[in-house]
Ligand binder design. Structure first.
Ligand code: PGA
Ligand code: ZN
Length: 425
């Protein structure tokens, strides 16, 4: 039974205020912290922000007051293990389609805090509490080791250039291989672009002064080789284009490498890059309203590439169902704070699964020390997690938690490896 719910100020990895919620029962405590995106979808839950001068308008005093004066009195006395009841109360108090009254930051942190308090009260690990005894698949990490787009101060149109250590036998070995490549990438960049090129962006990847989207892919290919691994078997590459950010709605075209691409020529570019660089993962290749070209690229590449909707779906069943109807993707990104509660997130994962769509559990570019998504990925057996480079502690919090889970599962643990990826092999 929940005995207290308290909101307290925390800061995210960009130094912006965010909401931390501490939920207690007699037997356990749970802490949830809301992350925050930069390349947000227009379909996401709205964060409650104070505006005005302090914190550059990003203050969360109103949000914290919502936790302490509106949410807490309604949740105290309820059974922490009844997650859908509790999330239902949050949804009912909020009463809007996008959590704009309470704030998605309020509902996200509260929902996560309650789940953790329930797990602690039950005396089991969070991934077991959420996933049951069958939860033992460690996800293959999608590691964003070169940052572009709005996550970095360079001219790369695509936001994320990703290495995927799918050929590793275990999660721990996958981390070792990825870290070796991350380090060999640092030498490659430093030699070719100078030492300022190894400063890191929002998700811990390097942010080199590159101008064309082929350059980071060439760098990743070289770094994988230099570390002694083979692209196409040990590693695959991935891209999150986050293309809503470089779409020009007036020209109905995309700005890439200083040129304008209509959707058809952008699709051709993706096909070339997929073939040339063993790309097995492609997220948001087209802008968030363009189901039609998502469907086209999935028809063309879906048998060999995971084509994933992030801004397209915003972790919302309503948009996912439109995508399912249009056969728009074969993967769906999952970010709890895009929809605002754990219950709605789990529903979304279930709907995706039933349609044969792979859920991909994800961090945000503004994230925190909360490792919640590591447990979530194992709990639902997602098989894939996207949580940045092996750098910056808000990213490592998730990887370190997964290392711990693999250790605690011992010989029961399995690593998803290549299974989530449809490869040509
Ligand atoms: P965001 O980016 O957290 O800034 O929205 C992450 C992503 O697009 O996957
Ligand atoms: Zn994305």
């Amino acid at each position: 039974i929940i005995s207290s719910v308290h909101g307290v100020l925390a800061l995210d990895s960009r130094g912006n205020p965010t909401v931390k919620v501490i939920a207690k029962t007699k037997a356990g405590v749970g802490v949830g912290i809301a992350p925050s995106g930069a390349s947000k979808s227009s379909k996401e839950a709205i964060e409650k922000r104070d505006g005005g001068r302090g914190w550059g308008g990003m203050g969360v005093n109103q949000a914290l007051s919502n936790v302490n004066t509106i949410v807490a009195p309604r949740l105290i006395g309820l059974d922490s293990r009844k997650q859908s009841l509790i999330d239902g109360v949050l949804i009912e108090i909020d009463g809007t389609p996008n959590k704009s009254r309470l704030g998605g930051n309020v509902t996200t942190a509260t929902s996560i805090a309650v789940a953790k308090a329930a797990a602690a009260s039950s005396g089991v690990e969070l991934y077991e509490y959420l996933g049951g005894p069958g939860a033992k698949v460690l996800p293959t990490p999608l590691m964003n080791v070169i940052n572009g787009g709005v996550h970095a101060g360079n001219n790369l149109a695509f936001q994320e250039f990703i290495i995927i250590p799918a050929g590793a036998p275990t999660f721990t070995e996958a981390m070792r291989m990825a870290v070796e490549v991350y380090k060999s990438l640092k030498s490659y960049l430093s030699d070719k672009y100078g030492k300022t090129s190894t400063n890191v962006g929002d998700e811990g990847g390097y942010a080199p002064p590159m101008n064309e989207v082929r350059e980071p892919l060439e760098a990743l290919r070289a770094a994988i080789k230099a570390a002694g691994y083979e692209l196409g078997s040990d590693f695959f590459l991935g891209i999150d284009a986050a293309s809503s950010e470089f779409y020009d709605p007036e020209k109905k075209a995309y700005r890439v490498d200083g040129k304008l691409y209509d959707p058809g020529s952008l699709l051709d570019l993706y096909v070339q890059l997929v073939d040339e660089f063993s790309i097995a993962y492609l997220e948001d290749p087209f802008h968030e309203e363009d189901l039609q070209h998502f469907s086209e690229i999935t028809a063309k590449l879906g048998s060999r590439v995971l084509i994933v909707g992030d801004d397209l779906y915003a972790t919302n069943v309503k948009y996912l169902q439109e995508g399912i109807k249009a056969r728009a993707t074969n993967g769906a990104l999952v970010k709890v704070n895009q929809v605002g509660t754990l219950t709605e997130t789990l529903d979304y994962i279930r709907v995706a699964r039933n349609a044969g769509i792979r859920p991909v559990i994800s961090h945000r570019s503004g994230d925190t020390e909360d490792p919640f998504i590591a447990d979530l990925a194992v709990a639902v057996g997602a098989g894939v997690i996207k949580t940045g480079a092996p750098a910056r502690s808000e990213r490592l919090a998730k990887y370190n938690r997964l290392l711990e889970i693999e250790d605690s599962l011992g010989p029961m643990a399995t690593y998803a490896g290549r299974e989530p990826f449809i490869t040509r092999a």
